[in-house]
Design a binder for this molecule. Structure first.
Ligand code: PGA
Length: 222
């Protein structure tokens, strides 16, 4: 399976997302999941059957007295199928730790949501060490190069291949879905085909036409 994940971060208003969804043209593909990670207040706006719903974060706790937190059970109730956790911005601005990411992954799996565990090179070994074998087998992993997030360049193909092999070694698995994120766009997407199982796209996903081009570029048979 291939994965193309659009991450809207904190961009866009309700009206802007509604218009975006009207304009987005994505074919339903058997072996590719096109996923939109929307901000919490707008999860309900996604009704397109060709696109799968994701969230950008989740509570590390079960449902209960945790003011401001959104539980995995609540996300599942909203139709969320995937959830990004451990993104570098969460680690940097919200001081999210690898242990919290691990707890979030377990909450998601209990609610039948697939975690997309983001890791930079620095925290990779520590992050994988916090995860149980069963959590690892039920998750997707995304390697992110901090220097390339929000920019225009991408890490070289060799570097990405090396990081993918690092993740495979650390997780002791050859069958995990491994994604890459960092300045992915319609011009460089073709170089990633065959290197990773999917991509995380933020800046280039914010325009529906540009995102459709990324999807087409990663699925050349379409
Ligand atoms: P970008 O962000 O596509 O804007 O580089 C990637 C990410 O934050 O995952």
């Amino acid at each position: 399976m291939k994965y193309i994940i659009a991450n809207f971060k904190s961009h866009k208003t309700k009206q802007e997302i509604t218009t975006y969804l009207e304009e987005l043209v994505v074919e339903q593909l058997q072996d590719t999941k096109v996923v939109l990670a929307l901000p919490f207040p707008y999860l309900h706006l996604l009704s397109q059957s060709t696109v799968t719903l994701a969230a950008q974060d989740v509570s590390p706790f079960p449902p209960g007295s945790y003011t401001g937190a959104v539980s995995a059970v609540q996300l599942a109730d909203c139709g969320v199928r995937y959830c990004i956790i451990g993104h570098s911005e969460r680690r940097r601005y919200f001081h999210e730790t690898s242990v919290e990411v691990s707890n979030k992954a377990d909450e998601l799996i209990s609610a039948k949501i697939t975690p997309i565990i983001c890791m930079g090179e620095v925290e990779m070994a520590k992050q994988v060490a916090t995860l149980s074998e069963s959590t690892i087998t039920k998750s997707l992993f995304a390697f992110e190069n901090l220097d390339d997030i929000g920019g225009t360049t991408t890490t070289s193909k060799d570097q990405i291949q090396y990081q993918v092999s690092q993740i495979r070694d650390l997780t002791k698995s050859n069958s995990l879905g491994i994604l890459y994120g960092g300045s992915v766009n319609k011009d460089n997407i073709k170089t990633l085909t065959g290197v990773v199982d999917g991509v995380l796209v933020a800046t280039a996903s914010l325009d529906p036409e540009s995102f459709s081009e990324v999807v087409k570029g990663f699925t050349p048979h379409v």
